[in-house]
Design a protein. Structure first.
Lengths: 60, 253
């Protein structure tokens, strides 16, 4: 099963060009990988959870 | 089809179907990984090997007791010899001995801590050098929500799984500069062989389990495997020292 957003309606806020390289912009343009993973049906049993994407910053 | 293309991955506890290891093997095979699958159950492992070979995956199946330090090194060496490196380790093998504290024997305790925690330490310890030689890698350690929330009859299991969580963070910090990521994954109530055993032993109690989950059901192994795949893949290239909970919202409250 691949990541598949076919026929899914996606609302991304903060997605304007003014967002620059921020997460909103990356969502709109390239879809941040973690956002894709959590948004897709592949994480169908993951809810109420948090996913840190920080290069280990919060692990210390 | 290519999220794990040519990635060399070791998955322990791969034989039990339905199980988290088996489902992870299937997902990795679908995404193009080269697989080393291990288990103590060689009959079950041979069936998995046959199934993914038919899918076109390259696979090496090895008998492995994950508490055996020497065998860990042999698995790592065989992986490097067969495929030329190591990119991913999924420390999945585990057991669940669930009983009240006053009923635990020392043997129960030792077995559970060995299989669920010491084996993960050994796997990380032995895999990191091979990953460094490969230019980096990703370790996914199977923990549990039982390592994050106290529950009755889960004491030693939860202790071991909590240990897996902090071990994963330590590995992440110690080896970030080596390009080795390490994360823990925390499933909740998942329909595996362990749950099949629980259903057989206590069908009425087991039937109530799904109602405890905010999503209203137990999860299936494929839903966990999809999250293992994400953490193992380059899509999670900035995720290390983190824990991903896959529990239908069980411990969110």
């Amino acid at each position: 099963m691949a990541i598949d957003f076919t026929d899914q309606v996606v609302l991304v806020t903060g997605a304007g060009a003014g967002a620059g390289a921020g997460l909103g912009y990356s969502c709109a343009v390239a879809f941040a990988n973690g956002v894709i993973s959590l948004a897709s049906d592949l994480s169908s049993f993951s809810t109420g959870s948090l996913l840190e994407v920080d290069g280990g910053w919060n692990a210390i | 089809m290519s999220r794990m293309l040519n990635k060399i991955a070791i998955i322990t506890g791969a034989a039990s179907n339905p199980g988290l290891g088996y489902s992870t093997v299937m997902r990795f095979a679908e995404e193009g990984a080269k697989l080393v699958i291990t288990d103590i159950d060689m009959v079950g492992l041979a069936a998995v090997e046959k199934e993914i070979t038919a899918m076109g995956a390259e696979v090496l199946a090895m008998e492995q007791n994950v508490v055996d330090e020497q065998r860990w090194q042999e698995v790592i060496d065989a992986t490097v010899e067969r495929f030329g490196g190591l990119d991913v380790l999924v420390n999945n093998a585990g057991i669940a001995v669930l009983k009240p504290i006053n009923e635990y024997t020392q043997a129960d305790y030792n077995l559970q801590m060995d299989v669920n925690l010491r084996s993960v330490f050994l796997g990380c310890q032995k895999a990191v050098p091979a990953m460094k030689d490969s230019g980096g890698g990703s370790i996914v350690n199977m923990s549990s929500v039982a390592g994050m929330r106290a529950m009755a009859a889960v004491s030693v299991y939860g202790m071991a799984k909590a240990g897996v969580q902090i071990l994963s963070k330590c590995v992440a910090i110690e080896h970030a500069a080596d390009g080795v990521r390490c994360n823990s994954l925390h499933p909740g109530l998942i329909e595996t062989n362990i749950q099949n055993d629980a259903r057989r032993d206590n069908p009425e109690g087991h039937a109530q389990l799904g109602t405890m989950v905010p999503l209203g059901r137990m999860g299936n192994p494929e839903e966990v495997a999809n999250c293992v795949l994400f953490l193992a893949s380059d899509e999670a290239s900035y995720v290390t020292g983190a824990e991903l909970v896959v529990d239908g919202g069980l411990i969110a409250g």
